[in-house]
Design a protein around this ligand. Structure first.
Ligand SMILES: [Zn+2]
Length: 168
């Protein structure tokens, strides 16, 4: 054990964790911004951000309604906006999403081996989080009241659009 390995060593570690939490919160804010843009367009308020090496590579939002698309969930739109990336980039990526990722989006996350998912909430919808975890993906729920509020309001006003989004 090196001479300086005393109890003070865990202070920088705590600081690093706090910085990570701040960073995660800021990236989730970028996803929330997308969700709000989507809502203003008449769409479902789910947003996402793809971060690689501490940088937001792309953001996206659910655009099923806006584009008449069957696959443009927030995470899928974000991945598409990021464009083609090598496997090495996905391997260093974190997907931020305002809502627990559904099986389709979780499938894309697993396919491209994105190792970390930070989600805004799973109170209004529980996606395929267990499948992600079962494949070794780190899943963190920030349990954001803002994200849950956006979804509750939308689902209350447009239950049929929401049910169609999740195949119900
Ligand atoms: Zn999805």
């Amino acid at each position: 054990m090196p001479a300086n390995a005393d109890v003070h060593e865990d202070i920088p570690n705590e600081l690093a964790q706090e910085m990570q939490r701040d960073f995660d919160s800021r990236c989730l804010d970028a996803a929330i911004e997308e969700a709000r843009t989507g809502l203003a367009e008449g769409g479902i308020p789910v947003g996402a951000a793809l971060v690689v090496d501490g940088e937001i590579l792309a953001t996206g939002r659910n655009r099923r309604v806006q584009l008449g698309s069957v696959i443009r969930h927030g995470e899928m739109d974000c991945l598409e906006n990021a464009g083609r990336l090598p496997a090495s980039a996905y391997a260093r990526a974190t997907m931020y999403t305002t809502l627990s990722p559904c099986p389709m989006c979780s499938g894309a996350i697993l396919l491209y081996r994105i190792p970390r998912v930070i989600l805004g909430e799973n109170r209004t919808f529980m996606g395929a989080e267990e499948e992600l975890k079962a494949h070794g993906v780190e899943v963190v729920n920030l349990d954001s009241g803002v994200c849950a509020g956006l979804m509750r309001e939308f689902i209350g006003a447009h239950p049929e659009i929401w049910n169609e989004d999740i195949g119900r």
